[in-house]
Design a protein around this ligand. Structure first.
Ligand code: ZN
Length: 231
């Protein structure tokens, strides 16, 4: 299969594609991430209870992501984007920057970006690769003095720019979903919307997702095995 300029491609990528670059996920490890529990580090409540722990967790993830490299699946998507230009849109659930480092430009991080932070009050995100691993190093806004938090959508928060996501979905002719479990809404709902609109839907992953029945085509295999075949 090969995508052409007759297609308008909407791609949704999930943790599976980053996992193939060696980046851990909460899933598949009993809800633990190197010993951290989701509810201790990735919720607004966790942030209020213990910002130091939250920043230690995201500093670890920054360190891991900086050491990781884009894989064949990231590179394949960047090549498809080169071919399709603005008829390509990539929505990712991943917060790492491996898509960008592979050469993708039209990337929307619906769950935020690991390498951005924002003041809890001023709210404007800014680039940030620093590690904050001690109480003394916790960042504060240079403008207002309030705490700076990771620019991440935590559990219980609303994904970024859903309006833009639905707009792109509305004009797609093909939806390609790669490496998501099909269990996290609203991302999992994207395929339902695609079906309502009669858009062709393709799933790529090593295992059947929970919503496997919703797809027109299921291609079983890892993202690094399957995506280069689209070139
Ligand atoms: Zn501020």
């Amino acid at each position: 299969m090969r995508f052409t300029v007759d297609d308008r491609l909407f791609v949704l990528t999930g943790a599976g594609i980053s996992a193939e670059s060696g980046l851990a996920t909460f899933r598949g490890s009993g809800g633990l991430w190197n010993g951290y529990r989701v509810d201790q580090v990735a919720t607004p409540e966790a942030w209020h209870a213990n910002p130091e722990l939250v920043w230690r967790f995201y500093s670890m993830r920054r360190r891991d992501a900086l050491a990781a490299q884009p894989n064949a699946a990231h590179l394949a998507l960047a090549t498809i984007e080169q071919r399709l230009g603005d008829r390509f849109y990539l929505c990712t659930q991943n917060v790492d920057d491996l898509h960008e480092r592979a050469g993708s430009h039209r990337v929307h991080h619906m769950h935020g970006s690991l390498f951005q932070s924002r003041c809890v009050r001023c709210k404007a995100p800014f680039p940030d690769k620093a590690l904050y691993e001690t109480a003394a190093s916790l960042p504060r806004c240079p403008d207002c003095g309030e705490p700076v938090r990771p620019h991440i959508v935590w559990f219980g928060e609303i994904p970024m720019d859903m309006e833009g996501i639905y707009r792109e979905l509305g004009r797609a002719t093909v939806v390609l979903v790669v490496g998501t479990s099909g269990s996290v809404y609203p991302a999992a709902g994207i395929v339902d919307i695609a079906n309502q609109k009669g858009i062709r839907t393709i799933y790529v992953g090593p295992e059947e997702p929970l919503n496997a029945d919703a797809f027109d085509e299921m291609i079983q295999g890892t993202a690094t095995e399957v995506l280069p075949k689209f070139l």
